[in-house]
Design a protein around this ligand. Sequence first.
Ligand code: SAH
Length: 417
Amino acid sequence: MASRSSTLTKRESQTAHSVRVSWRAAVRLRNGHPWVYRSDLEGSPTLPRAGVVRVLEEGGRFLGCAISSSSSQIALRIISDRDCDESELPRLSAARIRSAMEYRNALQVPEHSNAYRLVFSEADQLPGLIIDRYNDVLAFQVLTQAIDRKDVREAILETLETELHPAGIVERADERIRELEELPSIGGGLIRGDKMATVIETRANPDESPLRFEYDAAAGQKTGAFLDQRENYAAAQRYAHGNALDVFCYQGGFSLHLARRCKQVIGVDESRSALEAGERNFEMNRGSLAAPEIEWLEANAFDLLRDWSDAGRKFQTIVLDPPAFAKSKKALPTALRGYKELNLRALKMLEPGGILVTCSCSHHVSQEEFLGMLAESARDTHRRIRLLEVRGQSQDHPVVAGIPETAYLKCVIAFVE
Ligand code: SAH
């Protein structure tokens, strides 16, 4: 009797938490993309808030388990191709964090840098969880209802403490997304330990001393530091020479790497506090740089590039790393015009034999569109450019085949004739 009633309970609960999805969604899931949009749910079911549901195709075949949202247009996000239930989510999240760490260890990321992304949401099969490591301080962000569950959060924090013994764990709150996900508003800030500021070390080459950067979770912009550019800093350093200009320099990620090779470096940003951090970063590394100083210029990059290119100023190396111009697909034409304006000016200012490092972090701008914009800029300035490297984000921000949204950063290094 006992076993029959427990079978019944199980079947009942499975029925309650099984959701059928359209043929179109099933094809997408089979191709490795983990999202099901609300419009792809069959029979308009009411999804549990922060639940775990079994996803079935129209004919009833099991496709995987997903976390559900009661509010987002992305109603379901697959977390496993195996059967699992609500109570397993904490244990599954902990296991996923450990395999995310194994992946980074296998690639020897911690040997190059003690600051890197430890968990990158869907790319690490933990939809809505982002964890960054800054030496002994960890920063995390939760963007989905299921990951925000108390038992899941506890499991995540416990795993991080056991595996990494951080001196502080800081929560970052993206209030706009939390509101869309109908998550309670939180202040963010320190939630474990007592440390929010630290110094990170990153190494472009194994035989070089590391560069040091300050990290302050209480002060930084949204991300604190641009970890996704780490490998591009090293690549830019390999080609940098002569007079260098780093446009949209923030706290000097590229500038300091350029300063390893170049005697003259100018960093441009409109944020004074970012430039001040850049100068402190320069001071921390002064002994290991070729440049005796870095000139930090507080300016609007568009105005400055227009003035300087009109005035005929020349450089041998220019980095362009603007903020995301296309926040939506609709903004694409305007964004491409913005990128083109910057790249035209930079090409005009580069000496023959110069190096252009040009980036875009808008995921709505494809690599093809970005390269198209660059080719047009070269044509319009009558410069012939050779693409030395067409790069993306660092390996600790994995790009998963079948999930185009995981690839967002473009970084092209070009030789300008
Ligand atoms: N290259 C940096 C990251 C750049 S993030 C790094 O690797 O760390 C984009 C930067 O552009 C921010 O620091 C922001 O302050 C700056 N910014 C945005 N709009 C700007 C503008 N119109 N002129 C100058 N700087 C701008």
